[in-house]
Design a binder for this molecule. Structure first.
Ligand code: PMP
Length: 406
């Protein structure tokens, strides 16, 4: 019999203790206040969601295939969707190597479950996608950051740290958070080094289709499919609310990933998989994706122009050639975690860069998304951000440094 005087006592698993609330989600809560112009969230522009095409596809699926669309289904995913994914990838992929996932975020979770033990070394870029760090953390890896520069991964640093690594998680195209794209030379060098050192690559490519003027170089997986797991997503080219992504994995590892998928959610939704397969007929994606590219390119240019006008001297930022993000490094003396509430006071939000580092965070950095706000909002928001940074710098130089406590 239960003791009415004894409170319930929940003992958390060590794994649960390792889980952190996403800093991003916490920030997004602040930025959801009415009137805030947010460059914080990585939300695709809702203007790009092909609502009419979905309405028609939904209607067709329900008229022609309702029973299957509403039924349990195979864990691997809907056949025609797996075929579509395989046919759109720029190397020779069989549909049997494609597993449909519930967003590519689930792909990261499955990869973590299958490849990480407590204490396993996992390499990530510096900085890297926060959601990947979150997906890996419960498996208790030792996450090691590899240095990166404008061209991508520092091959020497990778080679120094590679020994014993379970995998290296890389985002070669329009990286989240930096917006950087790895050069062809660096891809070739990384691919060769990883193969030589026997380190598998986990290549995450949700933004690869969102280039502005020129498609990026071939994926790392195309160079060595047996040594790589590739993650893709429909979130940025159709809509994130579908929660559909995919994993392409070599035969050596796919059965285990499939077992992890079965345990996680049996399969991704039969209904949205059919809708995407239906909507994508007649080369729809080839017509739709260029409209997203054109919109994001305009918004990126507007943000760059506004930054040139409004940012204080000494601020540096990159020029993305696609994707959704701009990476900014502020002058000496600014800590972007401290700057954020002051910027929100002035009606604008961003993500402090520190959130994206596995270790040794650069506190002067921030990530700005140029896709969710309109051009008009970008102009107002960047002006407010410039003012917040100037005020922050002025207050800092007016204040004497506090004496060190001994
Ligand atoms: N990888 C990266 C680099 C991302 O930026 C995101 C989403 N922001 C994801 C994976 C997850 O995307 P989804 O689950 O919507 O496919």
């Amino acid at each position: 019999m239960s003791n009415p005087n004894k409170p319930n006592h929940w003992t958390l698993s060590a794994r649960a203790e390792k889980m952190n609330p996403s800093v991003l989600r916490e920030i997004l809560k602040v930025t959801e206040k009415p009137g805030i112009i947010s460059f914080a969230g990585g939300l695709p522009s809702p203007k790009t969601f092909p609502v009419e095409a979905f309405r028609e596809a939904c209607d067709k699926v329900l008229r022609e295939d309702a029973q299957a669309a509403l039924q349990y289904a195979a864990s691997e995913g809907f056949g025609p969707l797996r075929e579509l994914v395989a046919s759109r990838l720029p190397w020779d992929v069989s549909p049997s190597q494609v597993l449909i996932t519930t967003g590519s975020q689930q792909g990261l979770d499955l990869v973590a479950k299958v490849l990480i033990d407590e204490g396993s070394k996992v390499l990530v870029e510096t900085p890297t996608y926060l959601g990947a760090l979150q997906a890996f953390a419960p498996m208790e890896p030792k996450v090691v950051g590899v240095a990166c520069d404008e061209e991508g991964v520092d091959i020497e640093d990778f080679s120094r740290k590679a020994e014993g690594a379970r995998f290296f998680y890389v985002l070669p195209n329009f990286q989240n958070p930096t917006g950087r794209t790895m050069s062809e030379a660096r891809r070739a060098a990384l691919s060769a080094a990883a193969a030589k050192l026997g380190v598998p690559l986990v290549e995450d490519n949700p933004y690869g289709d969102l280039w502005f003027d020129q498609a990026p170089a071939a994926p790392l997986t195309a160079r060595n499919p047996e040594g790589c797991i590739y993650l893709g997503s429909f979130s940025k080219v159709l809509a994130p609310g579908l929660r559909l992504g995919y994993i392409v994995a070599p035969a050596a590892i796919m059965p285990k990933i499939l077992q992890a998928k079965q345990a996680a959610d049996l399969h991704s939704p039969s209904f949205t998989q059919r809708m995407v397969a239906e909507v994508s007929k007649n080369n729809f994606l080839d017509e739709h994706i260029p409209t997203i590219r054109a919109l994001y390119k305009r918004q990126c240019e507007a943000m760059q122009d506004a930054m040139k006008r409004e940012m204080p001297a000494g601020t540096e930022w990159n020029t993305p050639t696609g994707g959704m993000f701009l990476w900014v490094r502020l002058p000496e003396g600014v800590d972007t975690v401290k700057l954020l509430p002051e910027a929100v006071e002035r009606g604008v939000a961003f993500v402090p860069g520190a959130a994206f580092y596995a270790d040794n965070a650069d506190s002067r950095t921030m990530r700005l998304s140029f896709v969710t706000a309109s051009v008009e909002q970008i102009n107002i928001g960047i002006k407010a951000l410039g003012e917040a940074i100037r005020a922050h710098l002025a207050a800092r130089s007016a204040k004497p440094e506090p004496a060190l406590e001994t």
